[in-house]
Design a protein around this ligand. Structure first.
Ligand SMILES: Nc1ncnc2c1ncn2[C@@H]1O[C@H](COP(=O)(O)OP(=O)(O)OP(=O)(O)O)[C@@H](O)[C@H]1O
Ligand SMILES: [Mg+2]
Length: 362
């Protein structure tokens, strides 16, 4: 098992964090401070360095502090015995630059997977409440951190899909022509989409038992939870799907079938949680999803991921918080970053676990 630690962090103009500098010497760190102080943004800066993007902001420019013309994050990581100095720089109106040990990455995707990280945040409820895109994002980040080929296929697939949609639009509702180009796009979609689908099947079947186990441990009750991978490609081969949807696609002027329509369905005792789950069940399910992601990443990459826990007491009571903290203790060399508005509460819980920790006041 490999170890991963964040030893130092420097943040400039990241959202409302103008200037911050930390050194981290312990396995557990807690950022404390009042509402709006920048606790979540500090965790997001760590996530951003590790994962190449913000956990919360879909638009890059939104991570730059208002009025500032750039943001910069730098972290010193230690993976096994190697130091990794990662810098992220974003200027307004420019593309984001990622630098590893002084050398600029050609593509951001090269960075993904180097520093496995899992974020648990109150905004995870979106995974239940929002549309399928949010859940596909979860699948893609889950697999993308562990499988580079998948990530590259996915990027290519999105490109072809955009081109195909543009062509359908151009052809118009009743227009003809361009059939050959459409054929070419179909072939490309199939040759990229089918392996993506296979990879999703493979990883999600590894994921489900981990998820069930975590759910049972967290909720402490016998409920039969499942995460069901929903895909048109489970019913029919992708090429055939595209063939059957030819008229439909022309009418809609976009691609109506494919892996970009995949979804996850969470069920408890056979019923979708979105419609029937209680508050407590939802919280347990969300945290189980994330801890199973942690387990799976650890299994596949053989690195214990960094765990970022935003607003710990949002989803967990004290007993469960101590359980999670002991998880870090059990998994050799894990590192945990948490945020809370009440330092006393957090300190009391962590102290019980007798582990070294540092409080950082914002
Ligand atoms: N690009 C930005 N530039 C400047 N400020 C920003 C930017 N994006 C967000 N903010 C500000 O950051 C603040 C929120 O910070 P953050 O979410 O980190 O707080 P927090 O300490 O986690 O608070 P809470 O305890 O309420 O969760 C808000 O005041 C928001 O307006
Ligand atoms: Mg917050």
């Amino acid at each position: 098992m490999s170890s991963l630690r964040l030893n130092a962090l420097e943040i400039t103009n990241y959202k409302n964090v103008s200037n911050a500098s930390y050194t981290f010497d312990a396995p557990i760190h807690c950022f404390v401070g009042n509402n709006g102080k920048g606790k979540t943004n500090t965790l997001d800066a760590i996530y951003h360095l590790a994962m190449g993007r913000s956990y919360f902001s879909a638009v890059n420019a939104h991570t730059i502090q208002h009025q500032a013309d750039f943001m910069r994050i730098e972290g010193q990581f230690k993976r096994d015995d190697r130091m990794e100095r990662i810098e992220c720089l974003l200027k307004r109106e420019a593309t984001k630059v990622f630098i590893r040990n002084g050398k600029k990455y050609k593509k951001l995707s090269e960075h993904i997977g180097l520093l496995p990280t899992v974020m648990i945040s109150p905004s995870d409820v979106d995974l239940i409440n929002e549309g399928s895109q949010t859940r596909r994002g979860f699948i893609d980040r889950l697999i993308g951190q562990a499988d580079k080929t998948y990530l590259h296929q996915l990027i290519q697939y999105q490109k072809v899909l955009q081109q195909r949609n543009a062509l359908l639009k151009q052809m118009g509702r009743y227009g003809q022509g361009a059939n050959e180009t459409l054929e070419i796009y179909n072939e490309q979609l199939v040759s990229l989409g089918s392996p993506i689908h296979q990879t999703r099947v493979k990883y999600l079947s590894t994921f489900e038992p981990l998820f069930k186990k975590r759910y049972a441990a967290i909720s402490g009750v016998e409920e039969n939870v499942s995460v069901w991978y929903q895909s048109q490609l489970l019913e029919e081969e992708f090429g055939k799907l595209l063939e059957n949807a030819a008229t439909q696609d022309r009418m809609a002027q976009f691609s109506t079938v494919g892996i970009h329509k995949d979804d996850l369905v969470f069920q408890i005792d056979g019923y979708p949680i979105k419609k029937f789950g209680s508050q407590g069940q939802r919280k347990s399910l969300l945290i189980a999803l994330k801890l199973a992601q942690f387990d799976m990443l650890k299994q596949i990459t053989t690195v214990t991921p960094l765990l970022l826990l935003d607003d710990i007491f949002d989803k967990l009571d004290e007993e469960r918080v101590s359980k999670i903290i002991s998880l870090v203790h059990e998994s050799s060399f894990g590192q945990l970053f948490i945020t809370d508005t009440h330092p006393e509460r957090t300190e009391a819980v962590i102290k019980k676990t007798e582990q070294a920790f540092q409080l950082h006041h914002l």
